[in-house]
Ligand binder design. Sequence first.
Ligand code: SF4
Length: 259
Amino acid sequence: MPRPCRVRISAPMAIREKAKKLDRVLKALEKFYSRSVLPEGTDPLERLIFCWLFFTNPVTNARKAVKMLEDENVFGDWNEVRVATQRELEDVFKEARIEDAESLAPRIKTFLQNVFEELDDTALEPLKELKPDKAKKFLASLEGLPSWAITYMLVTLGLDTQVPWDPHTERVGARIRLFDPNAALPQRKKLLRAALQDDDPLRLHHLFVEHGKKTCTEEDPKCPKCPVNKDCEYYLRRGARASKAEAGGNGTKAAKKKG
Ligand code: SF4
């Protein structure tokens, strides 16, 4: 007797589908927000400070602030930034329209001071010589650094290939369903990394942060205008239905009411 034919989705196939989806999503986001949101330059410290400012501020303001910090007529180098007063740092940030200047200035100053005390310099390149575990331990010990920035730095230094995990990445990835939001955190991270395949984790990080700040906000995401809504399960399952019902709303209010 012939065996019944079972339809089974194999794990590799599921990953291939997710990889294709993520590739489409990243291309669409890059087109929508432009490549200006991606990291520039090769100095790890410059990249880190830019990303730190960009995390809560518009990309143009973050770039302007970094440019001013490196300007010879302002501080000139990162060691001069380290020894500047908190007020001087705040003033530069305010001129560049960095919104949270008062909280970022002391954190960045503390971070630079801690790096200097440990490495005798503010340059982070010497960390490349360490084993990944040691570099990770060192970065984790530095006061003031956001938790996602540890992975960000390790990837920048070529010591890790994981995706920096932050609230924007978590939210966007879960809504697009690049991973099961109910899975344990290590599993969610593993699934997202697998879907990224050989692509750059920092490209994903910058694009998802920008998307999370501007469009896929925690409250009231702008789904009908979202460049990846065709690939978003949150929108396809809930937002589109709500959009029709509300005829002109942002498409997520009904979804929010249902939790
Ligand atoms: S469609 Fe909505 S929920 Fe989905 S990624 Fe876009 S903004 Fe976020």
